[in-house]
Design a protein around this ligand. Structure first.
Ligand SMILES: *Cc1c(COP(=O)(O)O)cnc(C)c1O
Length: 377
């Protein structure tokens, strides 16, 4: 039987019921379910603000743009970031004409606080932190560094939907901006969408205008627009994006959120079985996690000596693993920083993500682990 890396699971009847409501009342766009999903997300995370977007990529772009605008950062000012991430993270910095400064990662695959400190300059304005695979490791130290050096914190939480600390608190709750992803193969999938959560109301207000071309309906809405008359009378305050979420995607998100804790627990259990299978295996390195992290377990990753050979062997057995991620400084766009993060470079060659999703059973994990152990050299 084929085992894919990811396989999203939808509660089809429940999703269709939510979507049916949209179709019956003729409201598939912004508002209605998007508002419900924002409220549900605020309730679930305990965050103050949440704005639903059509991707997390655009959320990261908006986070950098709005912070830059509001805090008066300049072009060429620096944001310290990780080289081991999906390229959306670092494009957000570059697209806003700021400079990504890459700090190395450690055995947790998250930013190494020691190297981050070394990379701080008088042009540093923020740290961009990615909780890889749902792992919170080093986040608290990074939060402390941000406070000590008066830097903003942007949390790329694309893998962290449902990640918590054992005391129930939310990782990064105090970050200036947190951006979640509900893309098709993330652990709370919708198709495509994301959530941007600013700490300050003022920035949340700006995000709401920015995500709809910079349109500001407030002034006219208050005075004249009680029943939808004069809809075209608005002001345009920003050069915004077309980036707000829609009610069809939000319908999937609303159902997914109901099952998120349960689904993440299932993922964590599979990860635990992998861990147990691999303990004492000399050639397999597990990823360091914090004791107080209840991870979403978006990914299960290991480091192996000869990755490409192992991938071929797994493929022969119809098992399809993945790689998250190649060192971004190897890409042409970021080649100015090539070689600045030696451990990231090593990880880039040896990291492997094993299949982890809700259709995988305990037996599947054991079978995959067996093939890995037999072929890892
Ligand atoms: C998937 C991903 C994104 C982008 O998410 P989209 O919702 O697809 O735009 C950003 N950062 C990381 C780390 C990701 O894995």
């Amino acid at each position: 039987m084929k085992v894919q890396l990811f396989k999203p699971k939808y509660r089809v009847e429940e999703c269709l019921k939510e979507i049916r409501e949209c179709l019956e009342i003729g409201w598939t766009g912004l508002g209605f379910k998007t508002v419900k999903f924002e409220q549900a997300w605020i309730k679930y995370t305990g965050l103050k603000y949440a704005h639903y977007l059509n991707s997390s990529t655009v959320g990261l772009d908006m986070a950098v743009e709005i912070l830059k605008m509001e805090y008066g950062w300049n072009d060429e000012d620096e944001i310290i970031t990780t080289p081991v991430t999906f390229i959306s993270t670092n494009h957000a910095i570059l697209r806003n004409k700021m400079k990504p400064i890459f700090a190395d990662i450690d055995n947790s695959l998250n930013l190494d606080p020691k190297d981050v400190k070394k990379k701080i300059s008088n042009k540093t304005r923020a740290i961009m932190f990615v909780g890889l695979g749902g792992n919170t490791a080093n986040l608290k130290e990074i939060e402390t560094i941000c406070k000590e050096h008066n830097l903003k914190l942007i949390l790329d939480a694309a893998h962290m939907a449902g990640t918590k600390y054992t005391d129930g608190s939310l990782p990064g709750a105090d970050a200036d901006a947190i951006v979640y992803s509900f893309q098709a193969v993330k652990n709370c999938p919708t198709g495509d969408s994301g959530m941007i959560c600013f700490k300050e109301k003022k920035l949340d207000d700006i995000a709401r205008k920015m995500s709809w071309l910079g349109i500001n309906k407030d002034t006219y809405a208050r005075s004249t627009n009680k029943d939808g008359a004069y809809k075209w009378k608005y002001d345009v305050e920003y050069l915004g994006y077309k980036a707000h979420g829609n009610s069809i995607m939000a319908s999937l998100g609303l159902v997914g959120l109901k099952y998120l804790d349960q689904d993440n627990a299932y993922r964590r259990n599979l990860a635990k079985i992998y861990d147990k299978e691999f303990e004492n295996c000399e050639n397999i390195k597990l990823i360091l996690t914090d004791k107080d992290c209840i991870s979403s377990r978006h990914l299960y990753q290991i480091l192996v000596p000869k990755r490409e050979d192992l991938i071929s062997k797994l493929n022969e057995n119809e098992i399809y693993p993945g790689v998250h991620y190649l060192d971004n400084t190897e890409y042409r766009m970021y080649s100015y920083a090539k070689g600045t993060c030696p451990f990231a470079k090593y990880v880039s060659k040896h990291i492997l993500s094993l299949p982890l999703h809700l259709d995988i059973k305990e037996e599947d994990v054991k079978r995959i682990a067996k093939i890995v152990k037999e072929n890892v050299v």
